[in-house]
Design a protein around this ligand. Sequence first.
Ligand code: EPZ
Length: 422
Amino acid sequence: MDVFRIEGPVRLAGSVNVKGSKNASLPIMACTILACGESSLGAVPNLSDISVFGQLLQNLGCHVKRNAQGQVCINSTVIDNPIGEYEIVRQMRASICILGPLLARCGRAKVSMPGGCAIGDRPVDLHLRGLQELGAKIHLENGYIVAEAPHGLIGKDIFMGGPFGSTVLGTANVMMAATLAKGRTIIESAACEPEIADLANCLNKMGAKIRGIGSPRLVIEGVSQLQPIQYEVIPDRIEAGTFMVAAAISSGELHLKNCRIEDIMAVVDKLRRIGVTVESKGEGCIVARTGTIKPADITTQPYPGFPTDLQAQFMALLSLAQGNSVIVEKVFPDRFMHVAELNRMAANLRKEGPAVIVAGVKKLIAAQVMASDLRASAALVLAGLAAEGTTTVNRVYHIDRGYERIEERLNPLGAKIRRESV
Ligand code: EPZ
């Protein structure tokens, strides 16, 4: 198992290229199931989650490879085993987004029911309800979701809001299934995340008829078939936000290339309010901090609100603010595994239900810490950049799920991160 040894404090400066979006790539890889033939996807990041998803598609019967130009080519001509095995789903919950496209393409699908994970229970009831509304018969069998629609799916008006707002992958699943349903589907309270808009744009290029892209009301006219596609996924807004915090926490200045700041305006606004400058430059932006960090109150929300996937990273940053901040988690109310770890680094954080009170401290101090999930581990790396001494982050495989060789990209900017196998 790899660990990171991070020497701090450092100041980061220079340019960094933001990779393609993991969370756009995964459903877009799934949507190739809907067409027969070979699709090729550009800007798909080289991450362990992407490899696992490729394996999932291969098990269905697809051929998946990364070509010399770095594109992920998926040949979905044959799908003869519409089953998402437990062994893969337990590694990555996003596997659930093969359910909708498999059902639409094959008329049946069997996908392991995802369990909970470090960030909460994460039910999939809204995915299942949406597919049932389209006419699927669904039951549970030995831990597997078995879905059947032998005579095809039928368009319907569906409300997809849940207790915590819209659902990203639930919207992806139902939208993908609805592209091949008979008639019109309207999804109300659809997720508006840029990754869902990217998926919808990709589906339209494949021949789907989706309107209202980027809004909470998606109108989908079913078509009889879709074509394979060549498509380039959008830049990763969460990776961009993480690099922005890296610049801020290290009192540095970074030029982020390939970054759409319009996709993270809630984050940019927060940074500006706490004393970090963010200025557009070409296809990216410059992020810099010279003065102190001001405290801020943050509430995570579905897009366009502040993303839950940047909550942990901002907690690390606000730990060093001059004053008290409050962070409220409204998407995954239990997503606070990083709190105890940041406190080991001399942060002053107090959890109160779905909120954390962050009392700013003058400095963070290096410690041994444990990564618990992808974004929590990113927060620990960021804290390690600012902390005095050598921080050891254990279970680095979590960060490798979502950030491509992060140490090789931060070290040229001034970070001192060593990967060691222990
Ligand atoms: C996606 O997960 C992302 N994953 C997550 O990123 C991200 O944190 C999340 O959206 C929210 O933005 C991928 O895109 C692969 P949800 P998803 O369904 O779709 C509740 C990362 O670090 N809910 O939008 O699974 C749910 O419990 C990951 O990259 C139901 O109640 O999240 C939560 O409270 C982690 N019933 C809320 O909705 C359901 O059927 C939002 O979850 C589905 C969800």
